[in-house]
Write a protein that binds this ligand. Structure first.
Ligand SMILES: [Zn+2]
Length: 300
């Protein structure tokens, strides 16, 4: 195990200091596990989704995230075409010194099983979309369990994002804390690969006062460039403000920062598999998110 850990660390090109912040081995283990065929592409309401919920519930417990009402699982219903589907959000918190809350989110659902070519069933494993965000969420929670935050951090893994941000809609309708206590949403959706080594943070155009937190991350040395963008009307089709769960917070005028990469050829394809992620990029992308969150936690 030790040798494996050293090898992976060398492979990821990590410094000793970086190793003390995020557990790279566990990060890769979580994204690999959630991308396995046994989770059947994690479509909301499916057996595979239920399996993913068990995995996440066990990881939340292991990390020491606190449940709000003795459970991490919060079911909700939504209309999916002509049928009612039950989705399940998972969430819990790490208590800070103040009651104000930062919501850290990543959807765990994906497209499930579809009829592929030649009528064969095919599993859309969604490694980048969005096992990567969930792995990031778990590793950041692990960090803050060991380094208690100023604000209460509410970690939420949404269901039904692919069916129209259904989990986020259900969450903001009935949040576990008053919405007026939610200072910020940090959302992660697709952050494990980019051929240009670019990660985007979206949200600074509508919320420019968050820039100092992003600057805290861009100041350090990293092979992954953190770029601001995709958040102005002029961006047209490339405006990401309504493209993932942060949109439901935005609609309530709650500031958000969304982290993600530009679309790649495997986006929403069968080929969005663990083998195609870029571990070094992924690790450093999560490091950027952690740094921004650390700055926001101290600075808000
Ligand atoms: Zn997604």
């Amino acid at each position: 195990m030790k040798i494996l850990s050293v090898c992976l660390s060398l492979f990821l090109g990590l410094t000793a200091q970086a190793q003390s912040s995020i557990d790279s081995l566990q990060l890769i283990k979580d994204i690999r596990t959630l991308s396995l065929d046994k989770f059947e592409g994690r479509r909301a309401g499916s057996k595979g989704s239920r399996m993913a919920q068990f995995y996440l519930r066990d990881r939340f417990k292991e990390i020491g995230i606190q449940p709000y009402h003795n459970t991490f699982e919060y079911p909700f219903y939504f209309q999916d075409g002509d049928k009612q589907t039950m989705g399940t959000n998972l969430f819990g918190y790490i208590k800070g010194k103040s009651d104000s809350v930062i919501v850290v989110s990543a959807h765990y659902d994906h497209l499930g099983i579809k009829k592929g070519q030649a009528g064969k069933d095919s599993i859309y494993n969604g490694a980048d979309d969005n096992a990567s965000g969930v792995g990031g969420l778990l590793s950041i929670a692990t960090y803050f369990k060991k380094h208690p935050p100023e604000h209460t951090l509410l970690f939420v893994s949404f269901d039904g994002e692919e069916e129209g941000l259904q989990g986020a809609k259900a969450f903001v309708k009935q949040p576990p804390v008053s919405a007026s206590l939610i200072m910020l949403n940090i959302n992660m959706d697709m952050l494990s690969r980019n051929d240009k080594n670019e990660l985007y943070v979206c949200g600074l155009t509508p919320f420019p006062r968050l820039k100092s937190y992003v600057d805290a991350a861009t100041a350090g040395q990293s092979k992954v460039k953190l770029l601001s963008g995709h958040d102005r009307k002029e961006d047209g089709a490339q405006n990401w403000i309504n493209q993932s769960d942060h949109y439901e917070f935005y609609k309530l005028k709650i500031p958000f920062l969304y982290f993600g990469v530009e679309d790649h050829p495997d986006y929403h394809q069968l080929s969005d598999e663990f083998e195609h992620i870029q571990p070094s990029f992924y690790y450093q992308a999560v490091q950027h998110v952690l740094k921004v969150l650390q700055a926001a936690d101290k600075g808000i």
